[in-house]
Design a binder for this molecule. Structure first.
Ligand SMILES: [Fe+2]
Ligand SMILES: [Fe+2]
Length: 324
């Protein structure tokens, strides 16, 4: 059931004593904006950076199923329920593409899940906020998936082939998520005064955490410069955040158009809050992790059955059974 790649061995045999021409070839591919593929030699630090980033991204996709999943049984109509189920299922799919992409770098999915479950790898801090009302499902789609698109579209041109290709498909699905969120909020904002207030409250609560999704300011961001040089990262955190603000323009008393900069100025972000949530003290960190570990344990029988099935198919002497 796990990726069937032999890149771990390929990478290891080359990585030990990189022939000079392998390193040169890597630098040339990066300089020419071409893709690095799993079979290519790559510096250890490049591999490690990608594993960390892709894993954190994959973890965010599957933890991100929880806040919205909480509303599947309470969606206001059958239509909304069907759309929400499809959306949450997409996020599981994103997790799968990304874990598969990480596996091409020679790590095992089990290992990555273990790092998540023991708190040694993180997921996006945004998913530690609660979904208090139905309007939050709209705010997540519009703002959180919207911010994700802004962050992720440049990754479609990332220098690592399997990651870039996974992102192409993910971004297509994220646009649908953003539209459905917008449509929920649009409907509520044309509804009763109670529904309007609910929509406004959801947007107010999710606005600042959405801005934090772009990460700390560039001057405080540890890995940015090297990732940019490697063609993993294409734009700075602050630049992407500014684009998102300019596009969305929302509940901030300090928001003003600044003709000199050609951008909107906006209020100060509470970076202490982000640090707190990343440390584990957000409103829902413990709950999210508890449910994730529970889901993993509950799914053990599925993994075992899939493994048994794969083992059986790998046995040519059982062809008869397979054919019947
Ligand atoms: Fe996603
Ligand atoms: Fe999404």
């Amino acid at each position: 059931m796990y990726g069937n790649y032999d890149t771990a061995t390929a990478g290891a045999s080359l990585g030990e004593n990189a022939p000079e021409d392998a390193e040169q070839r890597f630098d040339q591919l990066i300089a020419a904006e071409q893709r690095i593929e799993p079979r290519d030699w790559m510096p250890d630090a490049y591999r490690k950076t990608l594993i960390r980033q892709i894993a954190q991204h994959a973890h965010s996709e599957i933890i991100g199923m929880q806040p919205e999943g909480n509303w599947i049984t309470r969606a206001p109509s059958l239509r909304r329920k069907a759309i929400l189920i499809a959306k949450v299922q997409d996020e599981a799919g994103h997790g799968l593409y990304l874990y598969s992409a990480a596996e091409t770098l020679g790590v095992d999915r089990e290992e990555l899940l273990d790092l998540l479950h023991t708190g040694r790898q993180k997921y996006s801090s945004i998913f530690n906020y609660p979904t208090l009302t139905w309007a939050d499902v709209g705010a997540i789609g519009w703002l959180v998936d919207g911010a994700a698109i802004m962050n992720q579209v440049p990754l479609c041109r990332c220098s690592y082939g399997p990651y870039a290709r996974a992102m192409v498909r993910i971004c297509k699905e994220e646009s649908f998520h953003q539209r459905q969120g917008f449509e929920i909020l649009h409907t509520l904002s044309h509804g009763t005064p109670g529904q309007k207030a609910m929509a406004q409250d959801a947007v107010n609560r999710y606005w600042w955490p959405s801005l934090m999704m772009f990460g700390p300011p560039d001057e405080a961001s540890a890995h940015s410069a090297q990732s940019t040089a490697w063609g993993i990262k294409r734009f700075g955190n602050d630049e992407l955040r500014q684009r998102f603000v300019d596009m969305t323009v929302l509940p901030d008393a300090d928001l003003r158009w600044n003709p000199e900069r050609g951008h909107h100025d906006f209020g100060a972000i509470d970076w202490d809050e982000l640090a707190r949530v990343i440390r584990g003290d957000g409103p829902c960190n413990a709950e999210r992790m508890r449910r994730r570990r529970q889901a993993h344990e509950d799914g053990a029988w599925v993994r075992e059955a899939a493994q048994a099935y794969a083992d059986r198919r790998a046995r040519p002497d059982l062809d008869r059974v397979r054919a019947s």
